[in-house]
Design a protein around this ligand. Structure first.
Ligand code: MN
Length: 194
């Protein structure tokens, strides 16, 4: 089968951390599988997650999983604002449609709501070369992307911050920043009632 042959060896390990953190007999979240990417149309999603601390989960499709960041304050369309984005474990693509309440006491306990979804591409590349460019940008810690969502429009960058030596065992922190384009605005994107 063509779809099977496109699947890379070792993909099954990608969601190991995601699965380890969850008890699927208690949470309705998907246990997921690694899905081979389709022709450069990469999906993104942002979920509003009212966990112990409210945050927004930014997820970008790459190599069959959703690369994920917790953004405590959510995105800002103001280029002078740098929003902290804490990298977390890869999530399954099935998670993109997940909404619901994770039971209290379980990992990430609280309500998850879909805040925005759509597609994205790497900046200054063709759709065909986009995934390779995203892979390179992610590895380099300088990921420039353009969003095609309802709320997320235009170009943004994720910049990985340097880790101190004693932080090497934890996942890196990034900054999520709007680039200047016609979608810039100083209006808050995130409000209490959405
Ligand atoms: Mn979360």
């Amino acid at each position: 089968m063509a779809t099977t042959s496109r699947r890379k060896k070792g993909d099954s390990g990608k969601l190991e951390e995601y699965r380890r953190k969850r008890d699927f007999s208690k949470t309705a979240e998907p246990s997921g599988e690694v899905v081979p990417p389709e022709s450069g149309r990469l999906r993104f999603v942002i979920q509003k997650h009212a966990a112990t601390r409210l945050h927004f989960d930014l997820r970008l499709e790459l190599d069959g999983v959703m690369k994920s960041w917790a953004v405590p304050k959510g995105p800002s369309s103001d280029p002078s604002v740098k929003r902290l984005a804490m990298e977390v474990e890869d999530h399954p693509i099935d998670y993109n449609t997940f909404e619901g309440t994770i039971p209290k006491g379980e990992y990430g306990g609280g309500t998850v709501m879909l805040w925005d979804h759509g597609t994205y591409i790497a900046e200054n590349t063709s759709v065909e070369e986009s995934e390779e460019a995203v892979r390179r940008g992610y590895a380099k810690g300088d990921l420039k992307v353009t969003f095609f969502g309802e709320r997320m429009r235009g170009s943004w960058v994720l910049v990985r911050m340097k880790q101190r030596r004693d932080e090497k065992s934890t996942k890196p922190q990034w900054l999520f920043i709007k680039h200047r384009d016609e979608f810039v605005s100083t209006d808050e994107m995130v409000s209490d009632d959405d």
